[in-house]
Write a protein that binds this ligand. Sequence first.
Ligand SMILES: Cc1ncc(COP(=O)(O)O)c(C=O)c1O
Length: 370
Amino acid sequence: MNWGDGTRAVRAGLPEPDKYEPTLPGPVFAAHYHLPGEPTGPYTYGRDANPTWTHLERAIGELEAPGAEVETLVFGSGMAAISAVLFSQLKAGDAVVLPSDGYQALPLVREQLEAYGIEVRTAPTADDAQLEVLEGARLLWIETPSNPGLDVCDVRKLVKAAHAQGTLVAVDNTLATPLGQRPLELGADLSVASGTKGLTGHGDILLGYVTCADPVLAESVRRWRKIVGAIAGPMEAWLAHRSLATLQLRVDRQCGTALALAEALAARADVTGLRYPGLPGDPSHEVASAQMRRFGSVVSFVLPDRARAERFLGALRLAEDATSFGGVRSTAERRGRWGGDAVPEGFIRFSVGAEDPADLLADVLRALDA
Ligand SMILES: Cc1ncc(COP(=O)(O)O)c(C=O)c1O
């Protein structure tokens, strides 16, 4: 069906109507299922499959690749999904290309991959620099927009170069959400994301997923989930599915306010290093416009120093000083406090929530003055 994003979001993954059954069946809490005779699927043991996951997996697949035959696997967190792809696809002697400016747990993953004899190469997201270290790699890992620097690379271009030499391409789609970007339509083999952020959007569950079209690839990721057991709880999966119904409402509001915030910050002399891919004039804007449908809820900028950044965070009333992003309640943090990202001391990652735009902007400008 050629539905719009809002229609697809509210209907995603719903089973056929069944008299006296709810529209979205409740969470199924089961470690095992009745299983007389031959132990064949779909539901045998709770680590392998769960009907609540099945509904959610269909829903995410419908949003990641509308109209296409894809498989989605949900996980207990974004890192579980990321690790499932990397560790199921790579073996000793392989080379993998990661972004040098990606999510701050990637360096930990790197250490582990190297301990298993896998060569890890890194390059920045900006200017498609990963192309320069691609030769002979088994897998290319892209994170666009990158977190927290908000650089964007040209997914189609990277995919073309990778596929020409038989390299698999995975895109971390966390920041964009499937309504912001559809990596499989841009040619990637796998779209991988943390559902902890904008996808579920309430800051109350951890979740991850992998979507891909190739059934062989999907099977190897499924096998990894079974081996490691990094599964989502049924309650989390159900809450995530329930949250998808408002995905378009949330991301439209959040992206709209993020752009308004970026425009307001652009006018301030005390703000430097402002980044938002949706802002005309942003270094990422042209490439982002060619591959993104919405630009995300995160705005990054730099205040003169650490003390100034801390005063700003302390003065905010409508944005909590907290990590993570994509939730309906705005959050902001001084990213340098973690020590993992190459950012200035005054670097702020601001995640725009669903508050009234005028209220949030007024709060931010007041806190900057304070
Ligand atoms: C871009 C990106 N990918 C992956 C993750 C990991 O997700 P999770 O915290 O759900 O494991 C995060 C978390 O912040 C992230 O920002």
